[in-house]
Structures are given as C-alpha cells and as structure tokens.
Design a binder for this molecule. Structure first.
Ligand SMILES: NC(=O)c1ccc[n+]([C@@H]2O[C@H](COP(=O)([O-])OP(=O)(O)OC[C@H]3O[C@@H](n4cnc5c(N)ncnc54)[C@H](O)[C@@H]3O)[C@@H](O)[C@H]2O)c1
Length: 487
C-alpha cells in the first residue's frame, strides 16, 4: 500500500497532519456510530407496498403509473403544491381501475401529512433538490422506508444526519438511481461479475445533457429550482447517473471505498450566451415571473450570473487504487451521454455507442472493438437476467427505455420479500455527496478533498452487489400492464 493510499499519508502530504479540523466539514471527522450499520439491512417483508409519492411535476407522474403496475403495490397517497397535479394523478388511477390515493396539496408543508399517514410504508420523493434532505429526514424519523430521486443529499453534514437516522430507525433509504438498471449498465455488471473485464482499473461516468431550454421555460422546473441551483452552486450537482453504475461495478462501499477527489469546473459560458441569443423571450418570461423561493427571486435566477461552471470534471481515487472520472455539463449543446466506461485488466466496455473489447477472447495484443457479430454473441450470453426476464415489459412500461420500471420492480420486490435493497443508505449518500465535494474542490482550483467513509469501515465486510433479479409473475399481470400502456 503506497504512502498516498492511506488517509494519514494523504493528510501528511497535503500538510494537514494532526489537524483534522483543517479539512473542515469535508471528511476528516467521522462521527461515532451509535447503532449497527445497515449495509445489508433486511426488514420485515411488506405484504403490500403502500407508496406515498411526493412531487408530481415532470418526474413524479411516471412513478405513479410504474408503481401501480407492480403486483402487491398500491399508491396510497399523493402530494404536490398544486391541487391540479394531484387531481390529474388520481384521475389517472381511477381511469385505470386502481383505488384513488389520499391527496395532500396546497401548502409547502402538506407533504409532512403524507409521510405521517399510516397508510404509507414507502415514501417516494420526486421533489426539487432543495427539498430532498428535509423530506428524507422526516420520513426516516417517522420510521418509513424512503426512496428519493437523484441526488438525495449535497453536503457531508447532511449525509451524516441521514445515515445516523437510518441506522437508528433501521429502515431503508434508497437513492432512485435508475441508470443502475440500464440495459448496458447491467450488461456491464454481468460481464464484470463473470470476470470478463478482469481486475477493474478505471471508470468514467457523466451527465452530459443539454438542459438550457428546460431551464428558461415556463411550466418547467417548479419555481426555476434548477436554474436557482445553478445560480448558487458550482461543482457537479448531478453526478449519480454516471457514477452510480461505476460504483456498483467496482463495489464502492462494498469491498472498495472512495478515498480522495479532485475537481475543476470550466467557466460559465453556456447560459450567458443562451440568454443573449434568446433575450426577448427571457425578458418576457421574467416580466411575468414574480416568484421568490429556493433562496432567490425568479427574476434574479433568469438574469444571472450563474455560479455553475459549464463543464465539471472530477477524478476520484479509491482505497484499492482505482480511478473514476465523473463529468457534468447541462449547459452546452452536446449530444446526451453518460459515458459509462469501465476498463479492467482483461477488457473494456464503453457506451454511447456501446462498444466492448475483450482481451482473452479477441486477440490481444492487437485488441480491437468487438465486431457486430461478436457483440451479438457477448450480449446474448451476458444480458443481465433482470433484462432477460422482465426487459420486454419494462420497455413497454417505459421510463428511460425501461430502466425506471426495473428499478421500481426491484425496489418493491425486495421490500415485499424482506431483502436488502440494491442501493443502501451509504451508497445513496456517497454517490450524491459528490455534489458538495466537487464544489469544495472546484472552488479551490482542484485542491484534493478527502471523501468520507460513510460506512465507518463496514465497506471491508460488505460484498459487492450480485446478479439479482425478481420472481414476479409479470406475465400474468401483463394484461394490466398493457392496459396501462394504452392510456
Ligand atoms: N432519475 C431520473 O432520470 C430523473 C429524471 C428527471 C428528474 N429527476 C429528479 O426528480 C426530481 C423532480 O424533478 P422534476 O423534473 O420532476 O421537477 P419538477 O419541478 O417538474 O417537479 C417537482 C414537483 O415537486 C412539487 N413540489 C415543490 N415543492 C413541493 C412541496 N413543498 N410539497 C410537495 N410538492 C412540492 C412541484 O410542485 C413539482 O410538481 C428531481 O430531484 C430530479 O433530479 C430524476
């Protein structure tokens, strides 16, 4: 083990020895654990998963329809600021033969009643980022299982609050990282678990998605929450789509652990030029926008400046000596990519488009990408069983090509069967907190920051996620699923 691969070695080299407080909030202080870790938490099986969904904007409604289609799952409560959004989902439930859900709307705090409702045993959060932490904490405090949209949490301090509460209450707290269930991501996981890529060395993930238009549009993000985030923060606020799958491949928090991170952001150019090019429309939007929440007025958010540098690049080094690069850019006209690159001592898989090269099979040292025929062979052999068995229905149900449905399916299956979830509270925090850590490092021009070990050492005993599937009789329920799709 090298000098730098120990936490003490890193502190010494960076002049931080003997002064954990010098690292500030970022990782040096690990609060003492009061309760046993929940890395493999198994809870009493839920006969019926009774879901309360909070946030029915662009994302939440899809969750209501996906969850309703799963055997043994009922959406029992709905919450949004706006009555019309709750009513629309209840109309949808009624039209499709499901019981309508209790409705909580109208004030900023009404969601608390949904959380406290005894007819809810899973709180499913699809609200703006700024509300995730209080919602997660209140749900945990009420002893409810929680599933929260990405990212769940932003700062190290908030992570400890969530982890301490989840350990105390012994309930699940899962980040809804749907990209972990993508067909190519699960193909990669299956290849890796079958040792086809060898010892993993390096991974790359990203969220590169042009969201300029969505940010400067009426009736898009409620209260311009995303634009306001961009005005107030830099770093990589949305790392988990690219990072989550890489962490599962590598067993981060389960056999390996992130150790140190360095990050830089480019300057902000994208929004400024976009606004200049669309000045008349944005002036008109600003003239009719009078809101003030999420720390600033709508007009201020539309006017800028925006702290978020367009391209964020972070490099993370793990305890086992692996490296991970994570990028984020939602303000440039670039085609969508999550990169999804994983390389090891025997091969590589990269996405967008999907390419695979396998050393042992296809002629090292002149290694080339697998040909279309070879790709078909690999995919036929290593398609993940979850996709093999439930992929057809998942594609019909939709949600990013089916991965959203498979995520909900696995979540509910595990809850019904008293199994540990695929993504535990430590992973949920670890992947999400890249937001705060990249912001800290980027503001100091790439100064390394220590990534806290949220498992408090349990990563050494936890096993990497295996190849898991579900045993629902989805075919029997196919008629119900098809019926919904026709709506
Ligand atoms: N995993 C994915 O692929 C994916 C895709 C899109 C969005 N998301 C995540 O989903 C979340 C929501 O994103 P969105 O695009 O739907 O945003 P949105 O602004 O369209 O929806 C948010 C909803 O929350 C409601 N809301 C706000 N304050 C509330 C409160 N106090 N009580 C109850 N409801 C409240 C709003 O009225 C709105 O309907 C975000 O965390 C986002 O990152 C994830």
């Amino acid at each position: 083990m090298s000098f730098f691969s120990t936490r003490r070695g890193f502190l010494k080299a960076s002049g931080m020895t003997g002064a954990a407080t010098m690292v500030g909030s970022l990782g040096a202080v690990i609060p003492t654990r009061k309760y046993a870790h929940v890395g493999n938490l198994a809870c009493a099986p839920l006969e019926t998963v009774k879901v309360g969904v909070i946030g029915l904007g662009m994302r939440g409604p899809g969750a209501v329809s996906r969850l309703s289609a799963i055997p043994g799952v009922r959406v029992t409560a709905l919450s949004d600021l706006y009555k019309a959004r709750v009513d629309a989902r209840n109309e949808w439930l009624a039209k499709n033969g499901f019981s309508t859900a209790k409705a909580y709307y109208g004030t900023e705090d009404e969601w608390k009643k949904l959380v406290e409702d005894p007819e809810v045993n899973l709180v499913y959060i699809a609200s703006p980022w700024q509300l995730h932490v209080p919602m997660v904490l209140h749900a945990l405090d009420c002893g409810k299982h929680v599933a929260c949209e990405v990212p769940m949490v932003f700062t190290v301090e908030e992570c400890w609050q969530i982890i301490n509460k989840a350990e105390e209450k012994r309930v699940h707290c899962m980040l809804l990282e749907n990209c972990c269930y993508g067909e190519n991501e699960l193909l990669a996981l299956n290849l890796i678990r079958n040792n086809m890529l060898g010892t993993l060395v390096h991974g790359e993930g990203a969220y590169i998605h042009d969201l300029r238009g969505w940010n400067f549009r009426e009736n898009s993000y409620e209260g311009f929450w995303r634009l306001k985030w961009n005005a107030q923060h830099t770093g990589n606020p949305y790392a988990t789509h690219g990072l989550g799958p890489i962490c599962q491949y590598m067993g981060i928090g389960r056999g390996d652990q992130m150790r140190v991170l360095t990050a830089m952001n480019s300057g902000e150019f994208g929004f400024s030029e976009y606004v200049k090019a669309h000045q008349a429309e944005i002036d008109a939007l600003s003239a009719k926008s009078s809101g003030a929440k999420y720390g600033m007025t709508d007009k201020e958010a539309l006017r800028g400046p925006w702290a978020q540098g367009d391209m964020s690049t972070a490099i993370i080094k793990t305890e086992m000596g692996r490296t991970i690069m994570v990028q984020h850019d939602t303000t440039s006209p670039r085609p969508y990519t999550r990169l999804n690159l994983i390389s090891g001592t025997k091969g590589i898989l990269k996405d967008y488009p999907l390419q695979i090269a396998l050393d042992q099979k296809y002629d090292a040292p002149h290694l080339g990408w697998a040909t279309p025929a070879q790709m078909n062979e690999i995919m036929a052999k290593y398609r993940h069983p979850l996709w093999r068995e439930s992929g057809e229905i998942a594609k019909k149900m939709g949600g990013h090509g089916g991965m959203d449905f498979l995520m909900d399916l696995r979540l509910c299956y595990c809850l019904q069967n008293g199994l540990p979830l695929d993504i535990n509270v430590y992973e949920s925090c670890q992947w999400s907190v890249i937001a705060g850590l990249t912001e800290e490092s980027s503001k100091k021009d790439g100064m390394p920051v220590i990534v806290p070990d949220f498992t408090r050492g349990a990563w050494k005993e936890l096993s990497p996620l295996g190849i898991e599937t579900v045993k629902f009789n989805l075919d029997a329920d196919k008629a119900k699923t098809d019926k919904q799709m026709s709506v």
